[in-house]
Design a protein around this ligand. Structure first.
Ligand code: MN
Ligand code: MN
Length: 296
């Protein structure tokens, strides 16, 4: 890995950590989801980063991929709130998440995810089998009496590619592939009061450019030009509706139908269990040193 790339990962991680702290401070009863999301996204730019994906604030049984629309009126009240954000510096990504329990009832659920992450990081080294990380996560979360979400996982972080190999499981999935020098990846345990499975449910508000093909209508072509500025990384419908109004909805439908863009609907726990998440990004450098990028 080039030294500049390594420094970019370190910078992206440091910014992510700072923005996460800021974001946590905004998750308070009475604050709006929309304003909080936009303040956090603004902070990323202020600190000289770019969003690696839209800021996601998923509540209660929603595990991930919830991103507010422009007209959202939700106000924080008694939810269990998972903030997940990513920052990139020239494509090098830091991806991190934290859950705030505003209900006062799920402190242990939050702790289970955090402790699972902490313990997983202790065994994160060159040569660690992926299944071992999953086993630790499952063991810790189970010891709190909860289930890990087994069809969500950590993932490799390539330049301008947020979800790549390897898959870092949240259970022992039998994968004996090992962590190696030069790998960047995210570890993200989810704990739930439910069965531990999520499925797609609800309107997608997060999209990603998948295939660069020409679009038909002039409106869609105009929107596509803007989408190309996101460097192939996920983007929010809100970013487009703010700029293009309702035309953006039309364009996104056409782009999805043509297979040009891919949509990511919210991921909801199937048994409506409450979900908590914790996430850090890690770089194992060429010398084998393990750097937790998003810890401050
Ligand atoms: Mn994340
Ligand atoms: Mn992630």
């Amino acid at each position: 890995m080039e030294e500049q790339t390594k420094q970019n990962y370190i910078k992206a991680g440091r910014i992510s950590a700072e923005v996460l702290e800021y974001g946590k401070s905004l998750i308070k009863k009475g604050n709006s989801l929309l304003e909080t999301t936009e303040l956090i996204e603004k902070k990323i730019f202020e600190l000289d980063g770019k969003p690696a994906f839209p800021v996601q604030i998923s509540c209660n049984e929603i595990a991930a991929h919830f991103c507010v629309e422009e007209d959202d009126k939700t106000v924080f009240d008694e939810q269990v709130v998972s903030l997940d954000l990513g920052v990139h510096v020239d494509g090098a990504i830091g991806d991190t998440a934290y859950t705030v329990d505003l209900s006062g009832k799920y402190n242990d659920l939050v702790k289970a995810a955090q402790k699972a992450l902490e313990e997983a990081l202790k065994i994160t080294n060159v040569g660690t089998e992926l299944r071992q990380i999953g086993k630790v996560i499952n063991d810790i979360i189970s010891s709190y009496g909860y289930a890990p979400v087994r069809n969500l996982s950590g993932h490799g972080l390539d330049l301008y590619n947020i979800h790549t190999k390897p898959t870092i499981p949240n259970i022992d999935n039998g994968d004996k592939a090992i962590l190696k020098k030069g790998m960047a990846f995210a570890v993200e345990p989810f704990s739930t009061t439910g069965n531990g499975v999520v499925h797609e449910q609800g309107l997608p508000t997060v999209f990603m450019l998948e295939h660069k093909k020409p679009a038909r209508s002039p409106i869609t072509r105009e929107v596509l030009k803007e989408i190309k500025r996101y460097d192939g990384l996920p983007f929010a419908k809100r970013w487009l509706t703010k700029k293009f109004g309702a035309k953006a909805n039309f364009a996104l439908r056409e782009l999805t139908q043509l297979g040009i863009s891919h949509q990511f609907p919210p991921l909801v726990e199937v048994s409506k269990g409450i979900v908590a998440q914790a996430e850090h990004s890690i770089l194992i450098d060429d010398e084998g040193e393990v750097i937790v990028l998003t810890k401050n």
